[in-house]
Each structure stands twice: as structure tokens, then as C-alpha cells.
Design a protein around this ligand. Structure first.
Ligand code: CLF
Ligand code: SF4
Length: 516
């Protein structure tokens, strides 16, 4: 009997079956709305078994829809690590699940639990607590599990989420399941130890430091075993992989197949962050990260295989807020200790019910708009950038945008394919001419940018680069607007008012990850 089948045999009572999880992992369902199936973390209630939708619908990382509305927070209770990754500098947060560059304020489990209650009382859309470093959650098991225990007691409606490099995972699966942790992320960058030896110089395991191919062999076996054990217990597993051009980029297709076949729910392929000033081995050796289109091509290649996450913001180990925003400065230990905190469970539930109704309205508007494209036969695909502060609405000024969300749109509909972080174009009321250049590079693969407002100068610069800036969808729903823009675009192409031009590649700005 295979290891997989043996593991399946002792699945927890009441857990989703392995087959259900495998079906969920492969994403598309014939039940997709309007005859168009929905794939990836964009999956909705019609695409997943109800008990799995229940687990992901309010989790901003496991559901792309949810990330417009719901927030997560991390508590930095896990400083130690048991492996070395060549993209990590230990002075900084864990690069597997959080961007490097900002040293976290380390918390005790008691401080962490108080912080969770303080944030949950202030931000009713905060639904998930993650432990993601700054080292490895399971290299610090006592602090990690004590924190979960205290939070489950004080804030029972908050989902618990854990991220790990996987080395110690098989030893703690029982404890993870017993604590009702429903979501676990494992960073898996290889299933071939020869590839692994180029990424991991050493691991610390069984009381000794192990190097080279032997280290990666042990790490890979432990990661895959841990994944199988979690899946057998009905725990949703997300696999994070760092795309390192020339080292594991092509190999990640194999990783994708390996984790899919073991029932991983979601695969998140993230770009390598390797600026020299981070002081990592890859940064110092000049190893580059991928371009936007290289990353997208790999994600597209894997999407046929399973659900892909494309909205990861590589956030800090003490991040607080919607993905893409950082409110951690509002919740320093000093401020949290001084806060008068009351946990209003009913208020949180009422707020979340309102969000649920808004999401239904957004989905219905999207379907209505998509129906208007039903007879369209054009094969054109374009990318459109969006300025948003959240809520699924185009509600940000061009000059105030810290990031742009990128949608790919065709007659099949609008799909979130990534985001581009940028420096603010407009700082303190002043715009700088030099500031537009990096933004043009970040949006170079887009045909248009939809904004709440934009000035003439940036509008002209964008037009000069072949990118149309559009204000006419201000404060409208994003996906509905993207489809409506596309329809208008096709009409103008059809009337020869404009010419459709294929766009080039764009840059993923490395430095963007080290600023708040
Ligand atoms: Fe945190 Fe990770 Fe849980 Fe999310 S983050 S532990 S699954 S709650 Fe999310 Fe941040 Fe990307 Fe992680 S955006 S780095 S995937
Ligand atoms: Fe750094 Fe995280 Fe890798 Fe540990 S697992 S070396 S903390 S990136």
C-alpha cells in the first residue's frame, strides 16, 4: 500500500475527504457560473465543496475574492529557524512567507494574544491570525502553539494559520490538527535535492548540521510527508514556492505536479527578492528575480494543474491589515498595552455579514457584464491595471496608489493575475517627473489603468507609453469595470478608432518589498 493510501486511512472524522480536497485542488468545476468555470484562488462558492468554501471564503490568502475585503495579521513570536535559504538574511523576516527588510518586534505568546484581540476589536474585517516567522513557526513550537491556544480562547472566531519550511512538520501534525488550525503553508522550492542543494546550504536536523544534497533530501522528504499527513486530516495546505530564474524556474512545474498529486489546495509561486542590500547569498551573487511576464507564464503553465494564488504580497511577519496595506505601526506593543480593548463578537459578525452581501452584489454585477460579451468572438486578451484601496472598487487616485492590481481580460472574463508595487507618484501634494518612470516600467504590459482620478501630466506620460488612463469607472466595481472597458476597447478596435497592440513585459520592483 502506498504511503498516501495509508495516510488517508487515518483521516480525522468529519474532515473533508482526500478526494474532495484533490477535487478542490484541481480547481475548476463544471458548476462554474454562466458556463464559465472559475479556477485558482478566484474560485467561488459554486466551484468548491461547501465545507471547503466555508474554510476559505473569509481567508484573504486562500480566496482572491476575499482579499479585497478581509484582513490578516501576523504575530512575530517565532524568531529561530532550523534551515538556511540562500534568499534569506537572518537579520530580517522570513522571506518564505514575509518580505525581508524590516526587523520585527518580537512578541511573547501573551503579548501576541493581546495584540490579536486589540486588532480584531479595531479592524472587524480581520479574520485570520497567521504565524509566519520571523524565523520558522515550527522551529519555535512552544511559542507558536501557546499563542494559538491563547488566541483560540480569547477570539474564537479568528481562523488560525501557520507557515513553515516543513522540516519539523511531520512531528507536529497531530498538534496542528488538535488546535483546529485549518490552514497551513509549506514553502517547497524543489522536489529534486540536486536543485535543493543550490537553494539550501544547510539544515539543522536530529541535533546536527547537515549540508549539500543530503540536507535537501531530508528537507524534501519531510515537506512532502508533512503535506500528505495534513491533507489526510482535512487541513487545507497552501504551498509557497520562490521562483529563482535559472535554478528552479522550470523545475517548479514538477513541484506543482508533486504537491497537487498529494492534495495541496493552492500553489503560490512568488518572485525571488534578491536586492544586494538585503545581504542574502543570492543578493550578493547577483542572482536576479523574474520579470512580471516570466512569473505569469510559470503561473499560467501550472494553473492547468491546480489552483494558483496570484495575489500574495510577500508580507512581513508582523503585518496587519488587508493584503497590500500595512497597519502594523498602529499596533506596536506599547500602543496595544495602552488600548482599552473590548472583544465585540456580534459587531464583527454583523460587519462580516455586510461584506458578504457586498460580495454577492459584486459577483452578480460581474456576471451581468460578462453576459453582454456572450456573442463576442474576438480572441484578443489585454491586461488592465487598477488603482484601489480595497473593497473590490476602483477608489484610489493614480498619484496615491502604493500598488496597482492587474487583471487579464478576454471574452472569457476578467481574472486577477498579479499586482505591482510602486512608489507613490504624488508625495505630500507634489508629483515628481522622475516618479513616473518606474510606474511606466511596472505597468508596461498593461493596455490601460483604471483610476478614481488622475492629473494631466501622468495621463500624458502614460499615453506616451501606450497606456490609456481611464477615470470613467471611478468608484465602480473592479471586475465589472474591467469587462466594460474591454467591451468598449473591442468596439473601438472594430471601428478602427484605435489599433490593438500587443504589450511587452514589466518589472517587478524589488525595492517595493522593503518599504512599509
Ligand atoms: Fe499569513 Fe500566510 Fe496565513 Fe496568509 S500570509 S500565514 S497564508 S495569513 Fe498571504 Fe502574506 Fe502571501 Fe503569506 S499574502 S505572504 S500567502
Ligand atoms: Fe529564512 Fe525562512 Fe528560510 Fe528560515 S525558512 S532560512 S527564516 S527564509
Amino acid at each position: 500500500m502506498s504511503k498516501l493510501l495509508q495516510l488517508h486511512d487515518f483521516g480525522a472524522p468529519g474532515a473533508a475527504s482526500f478526494e474532495q480536497l484533490r477535487t478542490a485542488a484541481t480547481g475548476c468545476s463544471s458548476k462554474g457560473g454562466a458556463g464559465k468555470s472559475s479556477c485558482g484562488s478566484a474560485a467561488g462558492p459554486n466551484d468548491l465543496p461547501p465545507e471547503i468554501w466555508e474554510k476559505v471564503k473569509n481567508h484573504p490568502c486562500y480566496s482572491e475574492q476575499a482579499h479585497h475585503h478581509f484582513a490578516r495579521m501576523h504575530v512575530a513570536v517565532a524568531p529561530a529557524c532550523n534551515i538556511q535559504c540562500n534568499y534569506c538574511n537572518r537579520k530580517y523576516d522570513c522571506a518564505n512567507e514575509s518580505r525581508p527588510g524590516v526587523v520585527s518586534e518580537k512578541l511573547t505568546p501573551e503579548q501576541a494574544a493581546r495584540k490579536v484581540v486589540a486588532v480584531a476589536s479595531t479592524i472587524p474585517q480581520m479574520t485570520v491570525l497567521g504565524i509566519a516567522g520571523p524565523g520558522d513557526a515550527l522551529a519555535n513550537p512552544a511559542k507558536t502553539f501557546k499563542t494559538f491556544e491563547l488566541v483560540a480562547e480569547a477570539a474564537p472566531d479568528i481562523k488560525l494559520c501557520l507557515s513553515t519550511n516543513g522540516l519539523m512538520l511531520p512531528d507536529y501534525v497531530e498538534q496542528i490538527a488538535a488546535m483546529n488550525v485549518d490552514h497551513v503553508t509549506i514553502t517547497i522550492n524543489m522536489v529534486d535535492p540536486e536543485v535543493g542543494a543550490k537553494i539550501y546550504p544547510w539544515i539543522f536536523y536530529d541535533h546536527r548540521r547537515i549540508t549539500g544534497v543530503e540536507a535537501s533530501t531530508i528537507l524534501s522528504e519531510r515537506q512532502l510527508l508533512g503535506l500528505e499527513m495534513l491533507v489526510a486530516r482535512g487541513i487545507l495546505v497552501k504551498v509557497n514556492s520562490v521562483m529563482i530564474p535559472g535554478i528552479n524556474d522550470e523545475h517548479l512545474v514538477e513541484v506543482n505536479k508533486a504537491v497537487k498529486s498529494r492534495g495541496a489546495f493552492l500553489h503560490n509561486i512568488m518572485p525571488l527578492i534578491s536586492e544586494a542590500e538585503h545581504g542574502t547569498a543570492f543578493g550578493l551573487s547577483g542572482q536576479r528575480g523574474p520579470t512580471a511576464q516570466e512569473l505569469k507564464a510559470l503561473q499560467d503553465a501550472c494553473e492547468g494543474e491546480m489552483n494558483m494564488m496570484r495575489h500574495c504580497r510577500q508580507c512581513r511577519a508582523d503585518a496587519v491589515g488587508l493584503l497590500g496595506e500595512d497597519r502594523s505601526a498602529e499596533f506596536t506593543t506599547e500602543k496595544v498595552m495602552a488600548m482599552d480593548v473590548t472583544y465585540d463578537l456580534e459587531g464583527r459578525q454583523a460587519y462580516q455579514a455586510k461584506v458578504e452581501a457586498e460580495r454577492d452584489a459584486i459577483a452578480a454585477a460581474k456576471q451581468r457584464e460578462l453576459a453582454t460579451l456572450a456573442d463576442e468572438t474576438a480572441t484578443i486578451k489585454i491586461q488592465v491595471a487598477i488603482a484601489t484601496k480595497g473593497g473590490g472598487v476602483i477608489n484610489e487616485h493614480f498619484g496615491h496608489a502604493h500598488e496597482f492590481q492587474i487583471y487579464e481580460v478576454s471574452t472569457a472574463g476578467a481574472k486577477f493575475v498579479g499586482h505591482r508595487r510602486v512608489d507613490l507618484y504624488c508625495e505630500g501634494g507634489y508629483a515628481s517627473d522622475a516618479g513616473i518612470e518606474p510606474i511606466l516600467k511596472a505597468l508596461n504590459d498593461c493596455t490601460a489603468v483604471l483610476v478614481a482620478k488622475i492629473g494631466m501630466c501622468p495621463k500624458d506620460s502614460l499615453a506616451g507609453a501606450g497606456i490609456e488612463a481611464v477615470e470613467s469607472y471611478a468608484f465602480e466595481y473592479i471586475e465589472q469595470s474591467v469587462i466594460a472597458y474591454f467591451k468598449d476597447y473591442l468596439e473601438r478596435v472594430g471601428k478602427s478608432e484605435i489599433r490593438h497592440v500587443a504589450r511587452g513585459d514589466a518589472t517587478i520592483r524589488q525595492g517595493a518589498f522593503i518599504e512599509a
